[in-house]
Design a protein around this ligand. Structure first.
Ligand SMILES: CC(=O)N[C@@H]([C@@H](O)[C@H](O)[C@H](O)CO)[C@@H](O)CC(=O)C(=O)O
Length: 320
């Protein structure tokens, strides 16, 4: 059975794939990006080539190169590097899984194929099992994101008996708001040492109460420090303080969601906060608008997530 160095826990940044203005991958900033996550955000785990990383918009060759660059630059700095290797083609997914093992990744994750879809649990498990078998020593995570894949098989159902079929199964990345399903995944697998990684950043505190062991998300790229404060408060059972942190994070996410928020906007926000150019997204996504960037910047400053010199006191709503 695959055994990770330790169970994946805490915050995991769903990394952005930096691009040049011409839409090519900008490998040159990945080293700086690793340092930023570790030193400025206190985030030591990453999830590469997922939704935020536009993994499904990259070619297989690009995905291999991106994975390699993160593993290389993260060596001796990051705790764990998990590579998302899901693809519509089983063969491509297996190739990426093998490659992740060869380059020394700490785990692989797979979403459900979303064009020709598995319509029941057994078929989905068969697909995942074939991918996992291509890299049997890699800890394997199922990436549940039904709103994007359209595959709505409940995670609870999928997890039932999964380790017997996929011995390298190590956990679940749960990007859905169904806390009944999430809670039941935890409850029914308490005796196993699985990682339960929640993927809806604005609701993380509720998931911690339900037994989440960690979280994978886009906002941990730039709100990692703030979210870590929430995790610490939760850990010391200071629930009032944990709730204040979650509300503060929600205020920002709620604000950008109302403006229209997705991967393009994440790239723009990360560029603003970190100063590292993330570049535009790849088609079919479109660059965040100037108006979005200006509004997001003002909100980040008012909440104290970005330093400022140009705001009047009345415009401040700093989070404690
Ligand atoms: C749909 C989506 O992109 N969800 C994000 C969240 O981090 C999300 O951006 C956040 O909760 C704000 O809504 C993550 O679950 C995605 C993720 O982990 C990934 O990039 O693989």
């Amino acid at each position: 059975m695959a055994s990770p160095k330790k169970r994946l826990q805490g915050l995991v940044a769903a990394t952005i794939t930096p691009m040049t203005e011409h839409g090519e991958i900008n490998f040159s900033v990945i080293g700086q990006y690793v340092d930023y996550l570790v030193e400025e955000q206190g985030v030591r785990n990453i999830f590469v080539n997922g939704t935020t990383g536009e993994g499904l918009s990259l070619s297989v060759s690009e995905r291999r190169q991106v994975a390699e660059e993160w593993v290389t630059k993260g060596r001796n700095k990051l705790d764990q590097v998990v590579i998302h290797v899901g693809a519509l083609s089983l063969k491509e997914s297996q190739e990426l899984a093998k490659h992740a093992a060869e380059i020394g990744a700490d785990g692989i994750a797979v979403i459900a194929p979303f064009f020709l879809k598995p319509w029941n649990k057994d078929v989905l498990i068969d697909f995942l099992k074939e991918v996992a078998a291509a890299a049997p020593a890699q800890p394997f995570y199922y990436y549940h994101i039904p709103a994007l894949t359209g595959v709505t098989i409940r995670a609870e159902e999928l997890l039932d008996g999964i380790q017997e079929k996929i011995p390298s199964f190590q956990g679940l990345k749960f990007s859905d708001t169904n806390l009944l399903d999430f809670g039941q995944c935890v409850d029914q697998n308490r005796q196993r040492q699985l990682a339960f990684l929640f993927g809806v950043d604005e609701q993380l505190l509720s998931a911690l109460v339900m037994g989440a062991t960690g979280a994978v998300g886009s906002t941990y790229n730039y709100l990692g420090k703030k979210t870590n404060q929430m995790l610490e408060a939760f850990e010391r059972k200071d629930f009032s303080s944990a709730l204040n942190h979650q509300f503060c994070i929600q205020r920002f996410i709620n604000f950008v969601v109302k403006l229209g928020f997705g991967v393009s906007q994440t790239k723009a926000i990360m560029t603003l906060v970190s100063g590292i150019p993330m570049g535009p997204p790849r088609l079919p996504l479109q660059k965040a608008s100037r108006e979005f960037i200006e509004n997001a910047e003002a909100k980040l400053k008012s909440l104290g997530f970005l330093s400022f010199t140009d705001l009047k006191d009345g415009n401040l709503e700093p989070c404690s």
